[in-house]
Design a protein around this ligand. Sequence first.
Ligand code: ADP
Ligand code: MG
Length: 354
Amino acid sequence: MKIIKPSRKNKKLIIKTAVEKLRQGGLIVYPTETCYGFGVDGLNSEAVDRLLKIKGFRKGKPILIAVADKKMARKYVKINKTAENLYQNFLPGPLTVVSQSLHKTDPRLESKKGTLGIRIPDYPLVLEIIKKFNRPITSTSANTSGGNIPYSIKDALSQLSEKKKKMIDLIIDAGRLPRRPPSSVVETTPHEPILLRQGEIDFSQLKTKTVITNSPEETINLGQELVKKRLKKNQPLIFALQGELGAGKTQLAKGIGLGLGIKQTITSPTFVIIKEYPFSQGTFFHLDAWRVESEEELLKLGIEKMVQNNNVLAIEWIQKSRKSLEKIIGRKNTTVVYISVEHLSENSRRIKFT
Ligand code: ADP
Ligand code: MG
């Protein structure tokens, strides 16, 4: 059993070693944004044998796999529209999307219905390992069946007998991980998503609607309607906007401002990061995370203080600040509306929102 602690200098070595072990059918313990996991090659039945041995009795419970991106996921499952939306809005992140399996992976990883759960961990080192390996790896918590969630290597090893410890070929020890719940698991084979296990992402976030707008005005109107529908007294409201440059995120924010009765013109905050506008009930903060270097920076800007009852936030480039946002939305009674804007043609946009 080999233990490596990630540092600034050894990234290449870790990737190389992990891929080597996985290619040999070995078992690795690796960190993710939720907890430590056991990883073996999901296409190698001997490797899956070892995993099942170390995990212990599982009563035919399926085992999730981790892939590097949606393109890789497509090799192993059929991604329908419902799943497509979830990949777009939440992955990489603490969500497992269950789809119809293409039966390329070991059958013991699937449910009895022939579905397979796939996740893209929000952990760049692990994504690089999977990309290099170019095969899916199992993504199951590094504990024995029914044991405590492992947030440190000590948590993981303390549950294993000496014999089982010897079955581990490599441990990537990233220290103590934040105690985040295991990924939410959502089934997508019926067309409405069904939440099978709730982690940080809850059901209200998973239901998305799609609207096509054919002019900036229509997008502004949608922003206006959405804020009127979602605003509640004595609660913070956050609009998390994602989409490429020029997609129309700022147009939506303009609509949000109008919906709140703000007379001042809402202009892009790209260069100042935050603009703030008072309205009758509270303050509207319009943020653009495009130039924000790190999540810490966003926290330093005081985003936590902005999330107060009766305030409204619209955050563009939410991809860049999702972790900070998650710390905040972990709080009860904050409504978060996830919106993605996609450029279809010069004047039309596909807008999905929760
Ligand atoms: P972002 O903030 O996402 O970078 P902006 O909202 O600043 O994007 O820019 C979107 C651009 O696309 C604007 O110039 C807008 O006039 C144009 N546009 C054309 N059609 C639409 C539409 N249906 N919805 C929103 N914007 C549109
Ligand atoms: Mg913008």
